[in-house]
Design a protein. Structure first.
Lengths: 225, 225
DNA sequence: ACCTGAACACCGTTCAAGT
DNA sequence: ACCTGAACACCGTTCAAGT
């Protein structure tokens, strides 16, 4: 009976007490904005506004926009699932890349962001290491593996970015589609014949297929001369 | 003797007579800026300044920045060399992609621009058609070919963009390099062992190798189920 | 050390007014 | 029809001044 009940008036405040700034809090706010407003909302001023402060305050924690973006990317890369130890190396590599792709796809604008930044945070390192391990397990030569990591990550990021461009930008795919449908069999016979296939099935099938293509290519390749 | 000699004073003016605006002239100006100042200089206001006018004038010819960028891209794609009719299809496809890569590489910031726009101008169509022709010549299935076009173009663009990021941004590669050199053999054994290879030889060898990888993968693949 | 308002030098886009 | 200055609503980054 000694306990004083919490004063509900405090927790009823429409705005919670302003939490202190930190790299973590800023990244969190940026992530929330990315989800709600897409890449366009990801400005210093806008992120600062959500934290009830001015843009200048963010410069205490990040030297510039690039650095904040890199931190944001590494933060979401923590969600990438590294495959278990057992099983075929190809399947596991594929799983890893699909997980990576899924993380980029899950948040609007994230893939575009990943394309324009060079991530090299701790979670990127984890992922690179895992890909290297799987490739060397598969007997891929050292140089091929080293170059392959870069290639695989870049490639999956590009696929995600392109799909995002197609799905979010109404302009994008529609314009390509209308251009393709206007193509004549005389001028561009192959385009004309395959124009249906070129736009079709922009979903998981297509990205899985694309990942298969590059893994096939990599494992077929001997180290560069 | 009736002819009046041209008044040289006119042609001696330090600034040539202001040429009339046109889509062509605007794209030309944008291209010149891209070469001199990189992607950062490619703003409506800056392009307009080079043409001795205000940004508003450009909106007579282009609905927005995206449209101007697309026109700029298609303009440079006219330089892509389509391979001759004779010869092995793989070699010809490789030549085409290397030419495409070279065009993107030749101008600072162009590859980044290509990644963020969806080009669908006449020169893109020419290139797509040619790739389709080569792939079907190589016996690649219809659906694989249709998806492959997208994939190949995207892939080569990404490679060019990444190389540009590494070469122009001093920050970029240097940061990755310093992160990699700080990696310990205990935490990340594979990264540690291959860290030298991962940064090495970011030149034509690497992009040609990357192009080989994907062509191998594509030609090994049967059409998706 | 951390935070901030104000300032500087920029953006894309629109629009009323001119030719 | 084409062109334009001015305005609107934004940017990133810096810096002197506050705590």
């Amino acid at each position: 009976m000694n306990q004083v009940p919490p004063r509900t008036i405090v927790s009823r405040r429409s705005r919670p007490a302003k939490s202190p700034l930190s790299r973590e809090a800023i990244v969190e706010a940026a992530l929330a904005i990315l989800e709600q407003q897409g890449e366009g909302g990801l400005s210093m001023r806008n992120i600062a506004k959500r934290l009830d402060t001015g843009a200048a305050s963010l410069y205490v924690y990040f030297a510039n926009t690039d650095e904040l973006h890199a931190a944001l990317l590494d933060h979401v890369f923590s969600e990438v699932v590294l495959p278990a130890q057992q099983g075929n190396w190809r399947d596991r590599l594929k799983d890893l890349l699909i997980s990576y792709h899924g993380v980029l796809e899950a948040r609007r604008g994230l893939a575009q962001l990943a394309l324009s930044s060079i991530a090299s945070g701790p979670n990127s390192l984890r992922i690179w290491e895992c890909i290297l391990r799987l490739l060397s397990e598969g007997g891929v030569g050292a140089t091929t593996a080293a170059w392959g990591v870069d290639l695989l990550v870049l490639y999956v990021t590009s696929i995600a970015a392109e799909q995002a461009l197609h799905t979010t930008d109404d302009r994008g795919l529609t314009r390509v589609a209308s251009v393709l449908s206007a193509v004549t069999a005389d001028e561009f016979p192959h385009l004309h014949r395959l124009r249906g296939d070129m736009i079709s099935d922009d979903g998981p099938n297509r990205s899985q297929w694309a990942i298969d293509v590059i893994i096939d290519g990599l494992s077929a390749r001997s180290p560069p001369a």
